[in-house]
Design a protein around this ligand. Structure first.
Ligand code: NAP
Ligand code: GLV
Length: 330
């Protein structure tokens, strides 16, 4: 019998066709509207595989309604939307899409850093709203990037790709990470710093960790106070890593100079969110990996992971491999 797959959003044709070759596939057909929770709860009842996005909360309630489910394939590298412990307990594989989005996300992170520090969005609005009546010495002046110090929190795949870009701008790169990366220190000239020390030294702080219980609100009032008043915070990782109320107050009061945010604690962010009222914040709708090529590759990789898991092969990117290794070892 062909396995049954449920896909929670319209995905690119190539990935869909690959899945249809060997599985019975049902897909939520909308692009701009997420699958309603009640539909997902119904469809999961007889699914062997779930292809989902970071917009779906794959929690214990959903997993407990899925007696046949063998694999959840997330079309994202981050998987904080999935209850991994519960999936492991139920012997359900969870996969993600690392690597294929690294460079694209690093590009966007650097673009956001440049936009926030050089006030690109604000300047464009200034022109279009008819405020540009003359050139003047200190008009729309921002912070220099070239030669500045970048502090990267989370020196993983994207952190490293970001560091490479920064070196091209002659930046000094500091990093803080759960584990030291001594090879990168030697090969790229990166310097390790403890979190508090990095916050005090960096002109730009970029967050590049996953969202976990340890990183939730890693940046709060105390940490923002350690930063320079000229510093810019960039978050393209996950909104929950920052205490948004504390960030709002720090930006309003001039504790730090600016911010660039691609991610929010609650997405889509409410239009009345206080952070959206500040001129010194550049805000984006979670587009870190959004290039045509990369999103296509992510969909294809998520499809491949799913098919591998359903056919009994170890998927290329199994998140909860410990749970399955434990099973293999008896
Ligand atoms: P990765 O290679 O796993 O890198 C994550 C890094 O964070 C690792 O080096 C890890 O340390 C470090 N880390 C984890 N917990 C930590 C902690 N408590 N304190 C300090 N460092 C910690 O992941 P990636 O591919 O670079 O992606 C990073 C994150 O970016 C994803 O999880 C996702 O949330 C986000 N992302 C966002 C977008 C977007 O569209 N905005 C796109 C892609 C990814 P170790 O080296 O010790 O493991
Ligand atoms: C996007 O945010 C991802 O985690 O891939």
């Amino acid at each position: 019998m062909r396995p049954k797959i449920y896909i929670t959003r319209k995905i690119p044709d190539a990935a869909l066709q690959k899945l249809q070759e060997s599985c019975d596939v049902e897909m939520w057909p909308e692009e701009a509207v997420p699958v309603p929770r009640e539909v997902l709860e119904d469809k999961i009842k007889d699914a062997d595989g779930l292809f989902c996005l970071l917009t779906e909360s794959v929690d214990s309630t959903l997993l407990s309604a899925a007696p046949r489910l063998k694999i959840v394939s997330n079309m994202a590298v981050g998987y904080n939307n999935i209850d991994i412990a519960e999936a492991s307990r139920r012997r359900i594989m969870v996969t993600n899409t690392p690597g294929v989005l690294t460079e694209t996300t690093a590009d966007l992170t650097f673009a956001l850093l440049m936009a926030a520090s050089r006030r690109i969005v604000e300047a464009s609005e200034y022109l279009r709203s008819g405020q540009w009546t003359t050139w003047s010495p200190m008009q729309l002046t921002g912070q220099d990037i070239y030669g500045a110090t970048l502090g990267i929190i989370g020196m993983g795949r994207i952190g490293e790709a970001l560091a490479r870009r920064a070196l091209g701008f002659n930046m000094r790169v500091l990093y803080y990470n759960r584990s030291r990366k001594q090879e990168l220190e030697a090969s790229m000239g990166l310097a390790y710093a403890e979190l508090d020390s990095l916050l005090g030294l960096a002109d730009f702080v970029c967050l590049m960790t996953p969202l976990t219980p340890e990183t939730r609100h890693l940046i709060g009032k105390r940490e923002l106070k350690l930063m320079k008043p000229t510093a810019v915070l960039i978050n393209t990782a996950r909104g929950g890593i920052v205490d948004e109320q504390a960030l709002y107050e720090a930006l309003r009061e001039g504790t730090i100079w600016g911010a660039g945010l691609d991610v929010f604690e609650e997405e889509p962010v409410r239009l009345d969110h206080p952070l959206l009222t500040l001129p010194n914040v550049v805000t984006l709708p979670h587009i870190g990996s959004a290039s045509i090529r990369t999103r296509t590759l992510m969909a294809e990789l998520a499809a491949r992971n799913l098919l591998q898991g359903l056919s009994g092969q170890p998927p290329e990117h199994l998140v909860n491999k410990d749970a399955f290794a434990a099973e293999e070892n008896g």
